[in-house]
Write a protein that binds this ligand. Structure first.
Ligand SMILES: Nc1ncnc2c1ncn2[C@@H]1O[C@H](COP(=O)(O)OP(=O)(O)OP(=O)(O)O)[C@@H](O)[C@H]1O
Ligand SMILES: [Mg+2]
Length: 348
């Protein structure tokens, strides 16, 4: 059977936001700094814990993953990457680490101390250096910053070098942490700045070269301008290119044209809010819908509406945590406290 060959796509996957390119143009310096911070681990010395921050879609995760890929390949360091949306409690984080060492953990079966003692045992046996990345670490800080304490504690029990990499959009994510924990973490910071137009073009051009067969002059520029207009997220540019490519294919065009980009552009908005909306839990989704249906409401009204429809409603205090989380994520906005003490809540 002959494989279907697209005239438009050389390799469609290259335009996916999950694709990790071999090189990341304009992140050479950040890659070097992170690698330099972590590389002492390969010689059995203590790595420098690092905090990476910056706005959405500017290569923070990609940088960490490409440094990790390099380490796994050449240094014998064990690397573990976690997105804290998926691992947002101390037990979940610790269980993931243990399971990466080949041990089976029942999520609900073991107490935290048990997991920690298994982990120290595993580390002791393997003698390998360990580097852990906690991406979107704000999600973890919310659900239990204690794990940072556990990880620091663990470093004292074992001789293996252990390095931590934290990533967040929020430069102040650690500001509520106890000062002594912060000082023990000894963080080096790497700030990621947004790309300018020229940089965005270089980045998208590179992806186009590997992903598409032929594009008209101006396709990359227009997609880059749109990405910058929508907050500078590379994923916006990639989505423009992918959608334009699909449209070109549908229309049997011989290449992707500026006209295709123009037609799909309107449908490509900021991507991060949508990514987050998929990740919030069911109750948060319900609250978000309630707020969006009303444009504006108050906390008390929101709670009343929720409590009247829920089977086994949470306390007001617990409910407030969920509402606050949506505010932290900028999916709703909580106004200033009014005289009547019930805060107004707005759709964003
Ligand atoms: N310098 C670059 N070269 C090539 N691709 C890049 C570069 N910077 C970002 N990208 C691509 O843009 C997309 C988003 O990057 P990434 O996931 O690293 O963003 P981020 O900074 O972690 O964003 P968020 O804060 O939302 O998690 C990915 O597909 C990534 O490969
Ligand atoms: Mg990321």
């Amino acid at each position: 059977m002959e494989m279907y060959k697209s005239r438009i796509f050389k390799n469609e996957e290259v335009l996916s936001p999950d694709y990790l390119p071999d090189i990341l143009p304009h992140r050479e310096q950040q890659i070097k700094q992170l690698a330099d911070n972590l590389s002492p681990a390969s010689k059995g010395r203590k790595p420098i814990n690092t905090f990476v921050f910056g706005s959405p879609g500017i290569g923070k995760t990609a940088t960490a993953k490409s440094v990790f890929r390099e380490f796994e390949d050449y240094s014998g360091i064990k690397t573990i990457y976690m997105n804290c949306w998926d691992y947002n409690t101390p037990t979940a984080v610790l269980s993931k680490i243990v399971s990466e060492f080949g041990m089976f953990v029942q999520r609900r079966g073991w107490a935290k101390d048990e997991i920690i003692s298994r982990l120290t045992e595993a580390l002791d046996k393997s003698k390998k250096a360990l580097i852990i990345c906690l991406d979107e670490v704000d999600q973890l800080v919310r659900h239990g910053q204690k794990v940072l304490y556990d990880l620091l504690q663990m470093k004292q029990y074992v001789n293996n070098p252990i390095g931590l990499v934290f990533i967040s959009n929020d430069p102040h994510v650690f500001s509520d942490l106890e000062p002594r924990i912060i000082s023990r973490l000894g963080l080096d910071e790497i700030e990621f700045k947004s790309y300018n137009l020229g940089e965005m073009k270089d980045i998208l051009k590179e992806r186009v070269d590997y992903g598409l067969n032929s594009v008209e002059e101006g396709v990359v520029s227009l997609s880059s301008v749109h990405a910058l207009n929508k907050g500078g997220d590379v994923r916006v540019g990639l989505e423009c290119l992918l959608k334009a490519g699909r449209l070109a294919e549908q229309e049997n065009s011989d290449r992707v044209k500026v006209e295709h980009v123009k037609r799909v552009m309107k449908t490509v908005d900021e991507v991060k809010p949508d990514i987050i909306k998929e990740k919030i839990d069911d109750l948060e989704k319900i609250i978000l819908d309630m707020v969006n249906n009303k444009n504006k409401t108050t906390f008390d009204d929101l709670y009343k509406e929720y409590a009247s429809s829920a089977q086994d409603p949470l306390t007001k205090r617990m409910f407030r945590e969920y509402v606050n989380h949506l505010d932290d994520l900028n999916l709703i906005k909580i106004g200033k406290r009014k005289v009547d003490k019930s805060r107004q809540i707005f759709k964003v």
